[in-house]
Design a protein around this ligand. Structure first.
Ligand code: COA
Ligand code: AMP
Length: 629
């Protein structure tokens, strides 16, 4: 069948389409139907089925005779180790960990925060939660203690599972002190914390609260898989929104299983048994879906890579991993390729490795610039597929369905909507726009299985953030267009979200941090273009009248504040101290115009601007930072 046939089959009978896809999953009790729309515009999928994620990701493969197949390869150039875990070993490790958690009272519906670097134990912790029907929330290691505290207070975990440390090139990330700091700040108290001690740094455990990962598993009975309802939350993943309070995206269990399993063949074109690699981090949605769940649900071997595209030890490290482990399908962010290209422009290092196993490269997380795509195609000699998705959806909204039919690539486009997604371009009034016209990208409701049914503890925010602007649609927060051939183009965000090295960050959250500085009267943070990371945050601060602090001091303070409050991952290093900010007559800060000035792009003078002269002041202020020239 062609892509068009498959898409048309879904359009003609969505219920039949998703019931059919559900057959690839092992159910304890199969659902009576796919879509539950009794509470529209809130939708649920497979709500009356009963199922367990861990069973589908681990045990069933062992039962089916795949126990000896490698499930997880931990390839860690930062520690110089490679370690393989078979499906049978994984089953035992996860069942024992789940047993130990259960013995300490963790059960169905309890939340568990996981704060771990790229080690297989992070996946095991996720799967152990899934085994018990506990709801995990993984927090990315590049966030500061404050961000962890915010998530602890929102998710109210019964338990936190953390590693003693992570390893970034040139430094140890002290996870345990960060955890202790977060617990000092948070109001909520977990019952206990489990600490996975790494050789690189052994953390001090707090009597009565912390238990050792190995010790607490000693002598406990293994736990069986607990069946949960199809709409039971599998996990919460916090992501950036407009304000400093992150959004807790809820992932429903059954839809997640069905949809992710479907993508492995249809999009990534792999068969069970083959090696799939997503070079991301378990703290992000790509890591949840494509380092942990999808490859395991589908019976593939997944790679947990603890390193960077460059510097660990060199720009050939990705090629080494692909060649050593015979990777067939590889997924990463364009930034990673830009970093490699910068170090090895001619792709010389590729020649040292046998990449014959590789069939395709998949890019997502940020706009894939044509230069990077063409470079990757040239050096790897495989098709390069851009695909567009979000934390909220958990998998591809638009992509190139290589396992159904590889469509011709058009540079700058992530190709076409996947079955399940009726993508429309809308004008401000919510009316569909003709092909070729730029507008807000929205998806006609219902969203397909696996996508977010709501936000954790925040249904009103869910409705307001996604369902209110365009009734009957999900608002993606991205703007773009669809061309004559039905190809989608993603041009920009319509909100305060920026994308730094494939990491989603909120400028609003950074503004909240800067505004708390005692000498700052007013501030704005925008995303400016960066050749490597796609975007970088740039802060503009106006000081209080009479502030005696020097510009250098306030700049350094602001950088430190964002690093301490949000984390190093924000890469907040650009600050301009200005007398005033450009605004409309009604007082709205003209952030989009500021972006254009910094990026040296032409712009139309906003008709409502209060004082055009301020724009020259902005330009003069950013030129020393290397922008606006
Ligand atoms: N734990 C702790 N700190 C982390 C971290 C983690 N898991 N990940 C990143 N950081 C820190 C880095 O050490 C760095 O700190 P520094 O300011 O002290 O140097 C900061 O956060 C920014 O990190 P990063 O964005 O990784 O930038 P970099 O300059 O170190 O590396 C790249 C640049 C391009 C190599 C890197 O960004 C990269 O590999 N990008 C790919 C991104 C990706 O896979 N995204 C996932 C979405 S699919
Ligand atoms: P995240 O939730 O971190 O996955 O970030 C989602 C956002 O990243 C999207 O809303 C887009 O703005 C951006 N994004 C992700 N993939 C792509 C892509 N292939 N092309 C352009 N933008 C993308």
């Amino acid at each position: 069948m062609s892509y068009r046939d498959v898409y048309a089959a879904w359009q003609a009978d969505p219920e039949g389409y998703w019931m059919d896809a559900a057959r690839a999953i092992d159910w304890v009790e199969p659902p009576s139907k796919a879509l539950f729309d009794g509470n529209a515009p809130l939708y649920e999928w497979y709500a009356d089925g009963r199922v367990n994620t861990c069973w589908n990701a681990v045990d069933r493969h062992v039962e089916a005779g795949r126990g000896a197949q490698v499930a997880i390869i931990h390839d860690s150039p930062v520690t110089g180790t490679i370690h393989k875990i078979t499906y049978a070993e994984l089953r035992n490790r996860v069942a024992r960990l789940a047993g130990a958690l259960a013995a300490k009272g963790v059960g169905k519906g309890d939340r568990v925060i996981i704060y771990m670097p790229m080690v297989p134990e992070a996946l095991e912790a996720m799967l152990a939660c899934a085994r018990l029907g506990a709801i995990h929330s993984v927090v990315f290691g590049g966030f500061a203690a404050n961000e962890l505290a915010v998530r602890i207070d929102d998710a109210q975990p019964k338990c936190i599972i953390a590693a003693s440390c992570g390893i970034e090139p040139g430094r140890i990330v002290h996870y345990k002190p960060l955890l202790d700091g977060a617990l000092d700040q948070a109001e909520h108290r977990p019952d206990f914390c489990v600490i996975f001690q790494r050789e690189e740094e052994v953390a001090r455990l707090e009597e009565g609260r912390d238990v050792d990962w190995h010790a607490f598993q000693y002598g406990v009975a293994e736990a069986d898989c607990v069946p949960v309802e199809g709409n039971h939350p599998a996990y919460i993943l916090y992501t950036s929104g407009t304000t400093g309070q992150p959004k807790g995206v809820v992932r429903p269990t059954a839809g997640h299983l069905v949809a992710l399993n479907w993508t492995m063949k249809a999009i990534y074109n792999v068969s069970p048994g083959e090696v799939f690699w997503a070079a991301s981090d378990v703290g992000w949605v790509v890591g949840h879906s494509y380092i942990c769940y999808a490859p395991l649900i589908h019976g593939n071997t997944t790679i947990v890579f603890e390193g960077k595209p460059v510097g660990t030890p060199d720009a050939g490290t990705f090629w080494r991993v692909i060649s050593d482990h015979r990777v067939t399908s590889f997924f990463t962010a364009p930034t990673a390729f830009r970093a490699i290209k910068r170090e090895d422009p001619a792709g010389e290092l590729v020649k040292d490795y046998d990449l014959s196993s590789l069939r395709a490269l998949y890019l997502a997380g940020e706009r894939a610039d044509p230069d990077t795509i063409q470079w990757a195609e040239r050096v790897l000699n495989v098709p390069v597929y851009d695909h567009w998705w979000q934390t909220e959806t958990g998998y591809t909204i638009a992509g190139n369905p290589a396992g159904i039919e590889a469509l011709p690539v058009k540079l700058g486009s992530p190709t076409v909507p996947m079955p399940g997604y009726d993508v429309q371009i809308l004008d401000e009034a919510g009316q569909p726009l003709p092909r070729g016209e730029l507008g807000a990208i929205a998806v006609k409701l219902p969203l397909p299985p696996g996508t977010l049914p709501t936000l954790w503890n925040a249904e009103e925010r869910f409705r307001k953030s996604y369902l209110t602007t365009f009734p009957g649609y999900y608002e993606t927060g991205d703007a773009g267009m669809i061309d004559e051939d039905g190809y989608l183009y993603i041009m920009a965000r319509t909100d305060d979200v920026i994308n730094v090295a494939g990491h989603r960050l909120s400028t609003g959250a950074m503004e909240e941090v800067l505004a708390a500085h005692p000498d700052v009267a007013e501030c704005a943070v925008i995303g400016v273009t960066d050749q490597l990371k796609g975007q970088l945050p740039m802060g503009f601060v106006c000081l209080n009248k009479g502030a005696v602090v020097s510009q250098e001091e306030v700049t350094q303070d602001c950088i430190t504040l964002v690093r301490d409050q949000i984390g190093p991952v924000a890469a907040f290093k650009l600050v301009a101290v200005v007398d005033r900010l450009p605004k409309t007559r009604s007082g709205k800060i003209l952030r989009a115009t500021m972006v254009k000035i910094c990026d040296s792009q032409e712009f139309k003078m906003p008709a409502t601007i209060d004082d055009p002269a301020i724009l020259d002041e902005i330009r003069a202020a950013v030129q020393p930072l290397g922008y606006g020239g």
